[in-house]
Design a protein around this ligand. Structure first.
Ligand SMILES: [Zn+2]
Ligand SMILES: [Zn+2]
Ligand SMILES: [Zn+2]
Ligand SMILES: [Zn+2]
Ligand SMILES: [Zn+2]
Length: 558
């Protein structure tokens, strides 16, 4: 079935499988296209725009996702979780003469929000959207890591610094899209490998520099065998100074552009479209998804079963639809940050709860609407009434509108994947944040005074303030970071965390798919002349890489 998106006016397809799913979760057909649906969810997710502001309960200064002066109260982690206040104090009776979402908006303005979303973590004060971490600093959207810093989406890793989308790895630096890697630096799309430097698409390999599209390689430079001594010498040469690393980066991007790429990064997948997929079965538009079953339109997801339209969901969510930021939640819809819960709808920041509709910050709650508790029978009747009123006013079955987000569009992950100008964002009903974070012009060391090597750096550097070479924002070096650079012999960075993060993200494909034909014209494959295979790929038609279908890629690489 074809429909026209009510936000961007583009046509989109509702597959027969989608219709089955909507019936299964009791939801009407969507009015927005998959991209606009995802943008709405992500507009509720501020991961890295951090401000200093006082907690509205204990008044202590804390790092927060919200600048000072918000309409709603913001509590630090300790206060938000304390029994000094009760979210039930804010409970509201449902008023059938008012639109439901307007009533939810009133509840939103009263219930305190948590400064940073950190769950079950130890010594991780400067992390957000993160759970079960230990001794980490400035890591975001990450679970079960130790001693790691300056990264986004790292999972089950140790001693990882300046990485993105790195899973089950250790001692990694500037790696993107790597799994089970140990001591790998400046590498992308590598798996089960050790001691790689500037490598792309290697598996089960060790001691390689400037290698691409390789399997089971050892001691190689530019895909040519070398001796251990030659490898050590080349490695030392590259890591000898900031300048030589910059030169190596340029060399590596040339190499990457010449490499063969598979239409999608997909390992152990069947019947799945998208990119950056691992062990995904039956689904479309899966991006950065692992171990998914019968799930579609998902991003940053692990182990979902029978889910659709979810972002940042982990720990086996089941039968969830249109959700953002959940851990182990099932049978829930149109909600954000609902953890270890089930049967929740239009709710925000609820934990260990069952059957909550339009609730905020409840814990171990049941049968509640607008934070007020009911009997199961009362709940069922009232919920039905509210759903009917939302169906009538056209709000049911769609995520919260953009202007109900506590964040400006430009503060959120939506901006990263679906960039809009201030005017466009406001026209689509989102908010915008004009306050900027960080300081400028306070640097104590000019760029020209930056040391070339880590050997020249003493502990005195911890007192220094630097300015990012790209945006000018001030940044510092922490002591665990300095230890990390010393251990791996790496020079100090010259950009602040956000610019480093953006540079890593620019190496990745967008969350978009184009229908393309395999570019292979090899004569020794099963096809005659050009390969006729067609696929959905996140490599845009104008890209320079040679994009191959699965069969041609395997024939060349394996
Ligand atoms: Zn749209
Ligand atoms: Zn507090
Ligand atoms: Zn910068
Ligand atoms: Zn092919
Ligand atoms: Zn071929």
């Amino acid at each position: 079935m074809k429909k026209v998106c009510t936000t961007c006016s583009n046509e989109f397809t509702i597959r027969p499988e989608d219709e089955v799913f909507y019936t299964q979760v009791d939801a009407p057909l969507p009015k927005l296209c998959p991209d606009c649906r995802m943008a709405r969810r992500l507009a509720y997710r501020n991961e890295r725009t951090l401000y200093k502001r006082p907690c509205d309960l204990c008044q202590k200064d804390s790092i927060s996702l919200y600048p000072a002066g918000t309409a709603f109260p913001v509590y630090c982690h300790t206060c938000w979780w304390s029994d000094k206040w009760d979210p039930r104090e804010h409970a509201m009776d449902y008023d059938e003469n008012q639109p439901f979402l307007e009533q939810f908006r009133k509840l939103q303005s009263k219930v305190p929000r948590i400064a940073l979303l950190v769950i079950d973590s130890v010594r991780c004060d400067y992390t957000n959207n993160a759970a079960d971490n230990k001794d980490c600093y400035l890591i975001f959207a990450s679970e079960q890591n130790e001693d790691s810093m300056y990264s986004r989406l790292i999972m089950r890793s140790k001693q990882v610094c300046d990485c993105a989308f790195v899973y089950d790895s250790e001692l990694s630096y500037e790696c993107v899209d790597c799994r089970q890697c140990f001591k790998c630096l400046y590498s992308e799309q590598c798996q089960s490998s050790t001691d790689l430097l500037f490598c792309f698409d290697l598996r089960d390999s060790q001691n390689c520099i400037f290698c691409t599209n390789g399997r089971h390689m050892n001691y190689s430079i530019f895909n040519q065998k070398c001796t251990k001594e030659e490898y050590e010498q080349k490695k030392a040469e590259i890591l000898s100074s900031y300048e030589s690393i910059e030169q190596a980066k340029a060399e590596y991007s040339k190499l990457k552009a010449q490499s063969i790429v598979k239409y999608a990064t997909a390992t152990k997948c069947n019947n799945a479209t998208g990119d950056y997929m691992f062990n995904c079965h039956e689904g479309v538009r899966l991006f950065d998804a692992s171990d998914t079953k019968n799930s579609s339109y998902m991003a940053d997801s692990e182990q979902p079963i029978d889910c659709q339209d979810c972002n940042n969901v982990y720990y086996k969510p089941e039968l969830c639809y249109d959700m953002m930021g959940i851990l182990q939640t099932s049978k829930s819809k149109h909600s954000i940050y609902v953890m270890y819960s089930n049967e929740c709808e239009y709710s925000d920041s609820c934990y260990n709860s069952t059957a909550c509709f339009g609730c905020i910050r409840l814990n171990q709650a049941k049968y509640s609407i607008l934070n007020k508790a009911y009997t199961k029978e009362e709940y069922d009747v009232l919920k039905q009434k509210i759903v009917a009123s939302m169906v009538a006013d056209g709000t049911y079955g769609t995520f919260f509108p953009g202007d109900m987000s506590p964040h400006g569009y430009n503060e959120t992950v939506a901006m990263e994947h679906f960039p809009l100008s201030k005017e466009e964002a406001l026209a689509r009903g989102f908010r915008w944040q004009d306050i900027s974070t960080g300081t400028f012009g306070k640097e104590t060391v000019p760029l020209t005074g930056m040391p070339q090597t880590i050997a020249e750096v003493s502990d005195e550097i911890l007192k220094s303030i630097f300015a990012c070479e790209d945006c000018g924002k001030n940044f510092r070096v922490t002591s665990s970071e300095l230890q990390f650079y010393r251990r791996l012999g790496l020079p100090l960075p010259r950009k602040d965390f956000e610019c480093r993060h953006q540079a890593r993200m620019s190496k990745r494909n967008p969350r978009k798919l184009w229908s393309r034909t395999c570019m292979c014209d090899k004569t020794n494959h099963t096809h005659e002349g050009e390969c006729p295979n067609v696929f959905d790929t996140a490599y845009a038609p104008e890209r320079v890489e040679r994009v191959y279908c699965e069969a041609c890629y395997q024939a060349e690489i394996a």
